[in-house]
Design a binder for this molecule. Structure first.
Ligand SMILES: Cc1ncc(COP(=O)(O)O)c(C=O)c1O
Length: 495
């Protein structure tokens, strides 16, 4: 398959010439009461529906998306989002309700939340669940506030100021802990896993929590999890589970069984709800007995045959989101769980582990694999040998785009030099895996010149990423300012 991305020279809608034969000229709407008429014109482009459709279709053709190509982004778990979920999420019962309607009129929505919470409690092995957090990192932050509240009540908050993390931790873990007011203490891994000796040396009566994802971001299961739990609990700390990697253990084991006190889940990863571009997400939070009283309010409760929002939780950290959760995503996640059932969910774990190990074995002959062992849902490669040819992992990532495959996660985790973190979830077929092996091998063996200049076949070639991050052009105003700097536009005020 040869990949060529469309390259449209597509102006913003505002910058288009208004079409002469505009089929719907703006005019007075007959019968509209005077009080409802605008006093001034709105600065919107006057174009037809057809032009709008073509505009957005062209833009979509210059984009990468899960519907056109595989996304082997380790840690981010980009899996197929079943289209039947979209049909469900667009039904009137889902779209025409408002979270602040009277409770009696929200019974269906509350029941759905309640049932999803029950399903997630069973999956996590932790008895109480809240659907309020809007993303994984938001779930982490909320859980750390719960841990704070717990120690405050015990009179230990002054003392318990530290959160310990392994060096494989996802970046949001230390960021959330710092935002919740804790100091961070990082411990070194041994062969990609937590070293119980290092952990034992790090815990003390200042330890508030240890944050861990299992399997970790190297795709490795932490076999010493029971000992890790004993060490942390023995020091009086809480054990936090980052559930972004739940994919790999779904229906096989659970955070509760492993001894964790609290866990966040990324419904937008494991449970196949759409994500990317910053949202929307859903970071369900599950807690064991010690921390459950601190979960955000309102809690959804069943009283007889009715469902209600319960705010009467004196220990709760309070509300952390305007509504009660991202309803559209929760609905999709619930549909996913029901469609698979217990056996199907377990099959997901088996398939994602099989995919990762198959691919790891094949690609381990192309680039070195730092941890030559059975992995769970993802694995690492090192692009370090490419350096001898003046090529970096970043070049390889860009070159893969030319093959019509999204780049894997690169330069994370930092414990591997020039790392690539690859995850092909259970929704990808053997055919797609083979295609990736071929594309990856071709890319690695390409000439340094070609690799440096990649991508060649995309709508946009290599951009200056530092410049893009420092001076993002996100609005029409930014665009005009940037163009003016380059002398491309007359000195016109932004509209
Ligand atoms: C291991 C891990 N933890 C936490 C997060 C944060 O989740 P979110 O992006 O939903 O905030 C991610 C996201 O990539 C992750 O991979």
């Amino acid at each position: 398959m040869t990949f060529r991305q469309a390259r449209w020279d597509e102006p913003l809608l505002w910058d288009r010439e208004p079409s002469d034969d505009d089929p719907r000229p703006v005019g007075e709407i007959p019968g509209l009461p005077t009080a409802m008429r605008r006093k001034a014109r709105v600065d919107w482009p006057e174009i037809s529906e057809l032009e709008v459709v073509r505009h957005f279709t062209r833009l979509s053709q210059m984009n990468f998306g899960i519907d056109t190509t595989a996304y082997p982004l380790g840690s981010c778990t980009m899996k197929y989002n079943p289209k039947v979920h979209e049909v469900l999420a667009r039904r009137r019962g889902a779209t025409d309700v408002h979270p602040y309607q009277p409770e009696e009129t929200l019974q269906g929505s509350l029941e759905l939340f309640w049932r999803l919470e029950r399903a997630l409690a069973r999956i996590t092995g932790l008895p109480e669940v809240s659907l309020q957090p809007a993303a994984g990192a938001h779930g982490e932050f909320a859980a750390l506030l719960m841990i704070r509240a717990h120690f405050r009540e015990k009179g230990e908050l002054e003392r318990r100021t530290e959160v310990i993390l392994p060096d494989t931790a996802h970046g949001t873990n230390p960021a959330s802990a710092a935002m919740a007011g804790f100091q961070i203490r990082e411990i070194r891994s041994k062969e990609g896993r937590v070293d119980p000796g290092e952990l034992r040396a790090a815990v003390n009566d200042r330890t508030a929590a240890f944050m861990l994802t299992n399997p970790n971001t190297a795709g490795l299961f932490e076999p010493d999890i029971s000992e890790i739990g004993e060490i942390v609990h023995g020091a009086g700390g809480m054990l936090y589970y980052d559930g972004a990697n739940l994919n790999a253990i779904l229906g096989i084991t659970s955070p509760g069984r492993m001894g964790f006190d609290v866990a966040h889940l990324n419904l937008h990863k494991t449970f196949s709800t759409p994500h990317g571009g910053g949202g929307p997400g859903a970071g369900a939070l599950a807690a064991g007995e010690t921390l459950a009283p601190y979960l955000p309010v309102p809690r959804i409760v069943k009283r007889g045959r009715k469902f209600a929002l319960d705010y009467d939780r004196p220990h709760s950290i309070g509300k952390i989101k305007t509504a009660f959760g991202n309803f559209g995503l929760d609905l999709r996640a619930y549909a996913f769980i029901l469609a698979h059932g217990e056996e199907g969910l377990r099959h997901i774990a088996h398939r994602s582990v099989l995919n990762a190990n198959y691919l790891g074995k094949r690609l381990g002959t192309v680039l070195p694999r730092p941890f030559q062992t059975l992995v769970k849902h993802e694995f690492l490669l090192s692009g370090a040998p490419l350096r001898a040819r003046g090529v970096r992992t970043l070049d390889l990532a860009k070159r893969l785009l030319d093959e019509g495959i999204h780049a894997p996660t690169v330069y994370f985790p930092a414990l591997v030099e020039e790392s690539l973190m690859i995850e092909f979830p259970e929704t990808e077929s053997r055919h797609e895996l083979e295609r990736f092996v071929e594309a990856f091998t071709r890319a690695v063996n390409d000439t340094p010149e070609n690799l440096h200049a990649a991508p060649h076949n995309l709508a946009v070639s290599r951009v200056d990423e530092v410049e893009a991050a420092r001076h993002p052009v996100l609005s029409r105003k930014d665009q005009r300012a940037a163009a003016k700097l380059e002398g491309a536009l007359p000195d016109a005020a932004p509209r």
